[in-house]
Design a protein around this ligand. Sequence first.
Ligand code: NAD
Ligand code: ZN
Ligand code: ZN
Length: 397
Amino acid sequence: MKALTYHGPHRVKVDNVSDPGLEAPDDIILRVTATAICGSDLHLYRGKIPGTSHGDIFGHEFMGEVVEAGAAVTAVQKGDRVVIPFVIACGDCFFCRLQQYAACETTNSGRGAILNKKQITSPAALFGFSSLYGGVPGGQAEYVRVPKANTGPFKVPPVLADDQVLFLSDILPTAWQAVKNAQVTKGSSLAIFGAGPVGLLTAACARMLGAEKIFMVDHHPYRLAFAQQRYDVIPINFDENDDPAAFILENTANHRGVDAVIDAVGFEAKGSLTETVMTNLKLEGSSGKALRQCIAAVRRGGIVSVPGVYAGFIHGFLFGDAFDKGLTFRMGQTHVQAYLPELLNLIEQGLIRPEEIVTHHMPLEQAEEAYKIFEKREEECRKIILVPGLNETQRHA
Ligand SMILES: NC(=O)c1ccc[n+]([C@@H]2O[C@H](COP(=O)([O-])OP(=O)(O)OC[C@H]3O[C@@H](n4cnc5c(N)ncnc54)[C@H](O)[C@@H]3O)[C@@H](O)[C@H]2O)c1
Ligand SMILES: [Zn+2]
Ligand SMILES: [Zn+2]
């Protein structure tokens, strides 16, 4: 079969690899009908995640049709159309029973990215996300093996198109968890850092929940313009205004700041040359630029919600400021499985339309070009869906 594979930083290509087969009784094999490229894939693509090897198949946002099911699979059957959560969870351990699926303690044979680990268990395995997260082949492929098929695969109704439900695999639940963690409700004020797919869907969720004022920070005018037009955010371009937090304070009552901030940027945040250099030299784990801005922009007693991925340490993390302001931090990988029924319901009611952020549909066979377009933000790219076998003439927005 064809699959998108890694061959070193900024080098991916579509290779012919062997078809996956069932390995455990609760595995299924899925024929992929749609798969997306995520900002998380860009961390891998740029060679920033240790434990990524030549030939690894990427992809953790995918859906399709069940073509084979192991003897112990009862939740789905051959022929079912399902979306697959990017988090692989057993459904039965201490954390799964708490619905904290991303902390599942039984699926990951790798060690995760934590530095001071001691005896704690690793977090859940993730599709296509390096040996640190289990070395499980991803779904930017024609077929994929899905382990723990009694917990993950989520059946979707035929009336909804792939575009409408694909993002249940990751970015919609991620945006949802981010706004829930931020306790966004009617009348809230909010600042979202990052206008990528995660930031945009976060704005969509916050609007739906009745947030009153939403600031959005990025430096790609076309992403900010879309968010302004579609979600009525107040855009702040950090290339034009290098202190977005100061602008946010100036534009809230009594210079208090917003009720909550959401960091949908993560460890590759731009804006601090020193940190970018130090991070590349591995003297710094993550760039703290976006996080410092978040801490500065939120009101006293407010919440900092972080869906953006961080790794290791940040020297310039102003913990004293966070203490002085009495802040709450909530973060982490998304407990995808926990949110799917309620999110499907919102899609069915038309209250949330995740497909509106899509700009590109491309054949899986052109995934190499698709990575380049998404990474370089070419063609005003917001989100790319790869479709195995899509022919060139069907390539469309
Ligand atoms: N927690 C989870 O489970 C989960 C799930 C999906 C994605 N993520 C993470 O969410 C983050 C965003 O993903 P995405 O798909 O939207 O990626 P993306 O790379 O398309 O978007 C990131 C955006 O942040 C902007 N940005 C960079 N530096 C900034 C700064 N200093 N201030 C404000 N904006 C800045 C970029 O211009 C870009 O538009 C990534 O770190 C990704 O790994 C986490
Ligand atoms: Zn993702
Ligand atoms: Zn578990």
